[in-house]
Design a protein around this ligand. Structure first.
Ligand code: FAD
Length: 289
């Protein structure tokens, strides 16, 4: 492991000053479940590692504020998985948090770390995209909000600027009845990164949103307003071509060890239809296929 300085700031201002001073030579440690692997295999060789756990503003907290659900940067997957409000209003987010790694990983891994690491396979990314989450960043010029669809660039790269860190992730509360669902494809049951991540949300106005990942450099989101996907009476034959269009930008890498591009592309419509049916079942409160 490359030697580095360890810093444990006690305020946001102190953390931002360190990040701004060291730029790309600084790395944040939250749960460390991605970072420590990078340090160990030397894909990351920072001069300074900045531990956020002593900063009161970032302590684990899930709150409802002015029509938004605010999840602080220190909140871990097991908090999200077990939160009653998230389970009711953002079921897919709870489902995605519940499949990250193992119990031990979920007790350490933060939501903020999951999106800042920006793996295309990050499980929480599709539900955050479908629910139009915003990332709250704080940096040398103060706070700003970044729509999650503008946050991801590619693996380990986001649109955070020099000196910025994430303080929270916020989700607007749905203004109409919504059913959502998260599914993923893995090589095996148990601890494994996804070969495909997929989230679908359908609302009572007939709007459908579909987000997916692990099939390109970053997770993607698309919307359909035709009403066909949201119509429980419409046959799968009518829905399939619309889903195909929404999946057209998938570009899985041939170099991935987890699954071939052919397999991922063949499975994408299967998962999309599965996620859609579950979301529709939840919207109607009826049988889920
Ligand atoms: C065995 C194992 C299994 C795993 N399984 C899964 C899985 O199934 N699905 C999945 O999605 N992930 C999985 N992961 C990856 C990992 O657990 C998640 O990405 C986790 O959410 C990262 O959060 P963390 O708090 O540990 O981040 P850290 O490792 O502390 O940080 C990750 C990156 O984010 C940056 N960062 C962290 N917090 C902030 C912040 N507030 N502001 C700005 N930058 C920040 C750090 O600088 C670093 O670059 C697994 C990891 C392991 C080791």
């Amino acid at each position: 492991m490359h030697p580095f300085r360890y810093a444990r700031p006690s305020s946001l201002a102190e953390a931002v000053a360190l990040l701004d001073e060291h730029g790309p030579q600084a790395q944040i440690i939250a749960g460390g479940t991605d970072l420590v692997i990078g340090l160990r295999d030397r894909t990351l060789e920072p001069d300074v590692v900045i531990d956020l756990k002593r900063i009161p503003d970032l302590e684990p907290r899930i709150r409802l504020v002015d029509g938004r659900l605010v999840i602080s940067a220190g909140t871990v997957m097991s908090d999200i998985e077990s939160d009653a409000t998230i389970a009711e209003l953002f079921t897919a987010l709870a489902e995605s948090a519940a499949v990250v790694g193992s119990v031990q990983i979920r007790n350490r891994a933060t939501l903020a770390g999951n999106i800042c690491n920006a793996s295309p396979a990050a499980d929480t990314a599709p539900p955050l995209l479908v629910h139009r989450a915003e990332v709250v960043a704080f940096g040398p010029r103060g706070a700003r909000r970044i729509p999650i669809r503008e946050f991801f660039v590619r693996s380990r790269q986001t649109t955070l600027q020099r000196g910025e860190l994430v303080t929270a992730v916020e989700l607007p509360l749905p203004d109409r009845r919504t059913g959502d669902s998260y599914v993923r494809l893995t090589r095996r049951r148990g601890t494994d990164l996804a070969s495909i991540t997929m989230c679908c949300a359908v609302d009572a106005s007939g709007s459908t949103r579909l987000a997916y990942g692990s099939v390109g450099p970053k997770p993607l989101v698309f919307a359909d307003e035709s009403g066909v996907l949201a119509d429980p009476a419409a046959p799968d034959e009518a829905k399939a071509p619309i889903l195909e269009t929404m999946l057209a930008e998938a570009s899985p890498s041939a170099g991935s060890v987890r699954a071939s591009p052919e397999y991922r592309l063949a499975m994408l419509p299967v998962l999309a239809m599965r996620a859609l049916h579950t979301a529709l079942g939840r919207l109607g409160g009826g049988q889920v296929r």
